[in-house]
Design a protein around this ligand. Structure first.
Ligand code: IPE
Ligand code: IPE
Ligand code: MG
Length: 246
């Protein structure tokens, strides 16, 4: 813990929590057990981020592509998500965490949507930390949805095409007021983005670990944060320019 500089924490951490299935299969358990354990880890990691002072956490909970998994597994994941949202509401309210969901939420069951609405409503005035769940989410569908809405606004005469810039595109994303992630952590030893936050990750620091999500602990999070603090973010500039600006 001593290695971590509290003044240089990433403001926004995004996580692709991967490896639930492999964790279960390695133990001869059904994949569902991996997802179940994964939910416990979500609980711990949310707590840990809150304790460490991370301001925004976005978790990739279910991708649009995940709908193509066997229907039994999709059902199990949806049940677990519903139960998680229900069981965590009180603690999240108490911890001062503001929760929201991003994605094509209309694809979700009415029950899960209702849970999410309740959680969002009950935490909307919290300001200790923000927690976003990406559900039925993909970066490309987010961009497609934004383009559709921009086209509608142009058609209605509310937006001048010449005036569209990066900031106005940002305004049409699912959560326009969230800052871009500073750090993306992917567990499960995969080195890909898998259609997550394509627009927002433009200059995010990427970190991957072999650790499977159900084995991920606070110390692994701290290791990722320490690695982040060792990076030099240049945003296209030279190293000496960056050092001069400090
Ligand atoms: C991530 O774990 C959870 C979801 C995608 C919902 P996986 O289920 O992808 O686990 P692996 O990659 O098969 O091990
Ligand atoms: C990414 O994991 C999505 C989530 C963690 C929810 P996947 O396991 O679905 O990713 P791919 O298909 O291996 O790239
Ligand atoms: Mg996976």
């Amino acid at each position: 813990m001593a290695r971590l500089d509290p003044n240089k924490l990433p403001r926004h951490v995004a996580i692709i929590p991967d490896g639930n299935g492999r964790w279960a299969e390695a133990r001869g358990l059904p994949r569902e057990q991996g997802h179940r354990q994964g939910c416990e880890v979500v609980r711990e990691v949310v707590r840990a981020c809150h304790e460490l002072g991370i301001r925004v956490l976005t978790l990739f909970a279910f991708s649009t592509e995940n709908w193509d998994r066997p229907v039994e597994e999709v059902g199990e994941i949806m049940d677990l998500l519903e139960r998680y949202m229900e069981s965590e509401t009180d603690e999240l309210v108490e911890q001062g965490i503001r929760v929201q969901a991003i994605g094509r939420l209309s694809d979700l069951s009415p029950e899960l949507r209702q849970r999410l609405e309740e959680l969002t409503r009950r935490t909307e005035h919290n300001d200790e930390m923000r927690l976003a769940f990406a559900l039925s989410y993909s970066g490309r569908t987010e961009i497609v949805d934004a383009v559709r809405n921009i086209a509608r606004a142009v058609e209605a005469g509310c937006v001048d095409p010449e005036a569209i810039d990066e900031k106005s595109v940002q305004n049409y994303l699912y959560a326009p007021d969230l800052p871009d992630p500073d750090l993306l952590i992917r567990t499960g030893d995969e080195h890909r983005i898998s259609n997550f936050l394509l627009w927002q990750l433009a200059y995010t620091e990427l970190y991957h670990t072999e650790r499977l999500w159900p084995d991920f602990r606070k110390q692994d999070l701290v290791d990722a944060l320490v690695a982040y603090q060792g990076r030099e973010r240049r945003f296209g500039r030279t190293s000496s320019q960056v050092r001069e600006r400090r």
